[in-house]
Design a protein around this ligand. Sequence first.
Ligand code: PLP
Length: 425
Amino acid sequence: MNNTSLHARHRAVLPDWLALYYADPIELTHGEGRHVWDADGKKYLDFFGGILTTMTAHALPEVTKAVAEQASRIIHSSTLYLNRPMVELAERVAQLSGIPDARVFFTTSGTEANDTALLLATAYRRSNQILAMRNSYHGRSFAAVGITGNQGWSPTSLSPLQTLYVHGGVRGRGPYAHLSDAEFTEACVADLRDMLGQTRGDVAALIAEPIQGVGGFTSPPDGLYARFREVLREHGILWISDEVQTGWGRTGDHFWGWQAHGRSGPPDILTFAKGIGNGMSIGGVVARADVMNTLDANSISTFGGSPVTMAAGLANLSYLLEHDLQGNARRVGGLLIERLRAIAATTPVVREVRGRGLMIGVELDDPTRTVAGAVLEACREAGLLIGKGGGHDTSVLRIAPPLSLTVAEAEEGAAILEGALRDVS
Ligand SMILES: Cc1ncc(COP(=O)(O)O)c(C=O)c1O
């Protein structure tokens, strides 16, 4: 294998905690559309898009052209100078966010976007208390791991924040799993009220992923965050929607994940990253002007909003909207979920197929925590890349292809996954 020595070199020089997929990890050298190739020339159908980041397609000519043209003019200027692509992308994101009088700040990652949201909320509310969801993931910085309920991704209990973890993000497990949707929601609301009643001080914000990504594509019943919002409003607590995985139409039914809870209107703060840059590093925060402008010291971002990434984001977003990839995610994702549910019905190792659009989780019956890895290996062997996730007691296969996935590709991937599940069963 070409990559043996590269793997050894990786291990020798990079941190042990930088997780790699597969016993014999893959070096991806190029991609096109929904396919990627490894250094040995093997072709794979890509159902994970570099962790939900290749949003439209690999090597999309429109994005490549925008990057090349911008790079040939100027690659970097910093936020100290006017930047036309940054203003244009901010205008489009502000308008799409649904947040009134929105301001946008660009970062280079989802972590940094959430960090900024926490800075804004804690400064605005003059409190370091944050509500986060159990089983959540919000990034890798010191502040972000302090609001990450998913223990496997939160390496320290030290934190600049005081975090209170709330029930609700995981529908199918935990003390309320047996309840109906309506009862589940009311139990979580009662839990939230109870917690707030026992908390000294003013909580700054609730941060939540509308569908938990790393946690295994789990979500509450639609409307739960709208009910939470009513309680939060009674206390002046802000709602931060982490749309790093759920944004840009991936869920098919909605452009943003929060819209499944839309009854109470948009969040106070929305964070995004991943798909908008199609692999170029763009993250960002959208907030009401009074929240965004609460900081009274200067700030800059050397790399956030760089002209090349903004040009890529504009081209990528235009392609997404002009080709109605949200609609495609709804249609093709709907077919794929149906197909996977049919497979699950005759495959005992599958506990549940869930999700929305092209964000599909296949939870496994995996008490030894070895089955998911074996399915990943079998899929890889047969030419399909998928992801995995879950919490401390769950193993979940994660399926999140580029949103331009065709029906034929969905069918091909489902057939490979079916074979892999049968192999390991
Ligand atoms: C919901 C969510 N928030 C934040 C992040 C952090 O984003 P990044 O890896 O770009 O820092 C991730 C990454 O997977 C995520 O899934």
